[in-house]
Design a protein around this ligand. Structure first.
Ligand code: SF4
Length: 175
């Protein structure tokens, strides 16, 4: 991901206008380091078309949308599931959205908080409850940090084969 963003930045392509003007096959080449470039390039193009359709091509206009409507519209886009929609709400719009990715799912299941087949919304509700008493702005900041920390725990420890020794959540496993 970082390499693709750096690649786009190095070619002056980190803006809605630049992505709009860029042919899709060139976009695929720029984001090649991220993998699944065909699907991702189509999704990025669809997102720009979405901005054009509903928000006059402006991220600022989109940022003023309510979380409910933004989420509903994002979920109607091809290739956008709940995880991507919530990541956009959190990172692009600053809404306090809990992003449920594979890493968070593994931690929740391995620590016995929910069953293995728990639905996306059940895991999300668990995270939301943890930050429910905080003011909106603080919640967004903490949801952001929470997601980043879960990604790190997932990459370093909670892999397909868990490496519990030295994991910052090991204490909870041993209760
Ligand atoms: S202690 Fe860490 S690696 Fe082990 S199950 Fe928990 S989160 Fe995963």
């Amino acid at each position: 991901m970082e390499k693709s963003i750096a690649n786009l930045a190095a070619h002056g392509l980190l803006s809605v206008a630049a992505i709009r003007a860029l042919p899709e096959d060139e976009l695929r080449e720029r984001i090649r380091p991220s993998g699944y470039m065909t699907r991702k390039a189509a999704a990025i193009k669809a997102f720009v078309a979405f901005l054009d359709q509903f928000y006059d091509g402006s991220l600022e206009n989109f940022a003023e949308e309510s979380a409910e409507i933004a989420r509903e519209r994002l979920l109607a886009l091809p290739g956008v599931g709940p995880e991507t929609a919530d990541a956009i709400l959190l990172y692009a719009l600053g809404y306090p959205a809990i992003v449920v990715d594979e890493y968070l799912r593994r931690v929740v299941v391995r620590h016995g908080l929910l069953a293995e087949k728990a639905k996306y919304r059940e895991i999300q509700a668990l995270g939301e409850a943890a930050f429910a008493d905080e003011p909106h702005a603080k919640r967004a900041e903490h949801c952001n940090e929470f997601h980043a920390l879960m990604v790190e725990v997932g990459k370093r420890h909670c892999r397909r084969e868990p490496v519990c020794e030295g994991c910052p959540l090991e204490w909870d496993l041993q209760r």
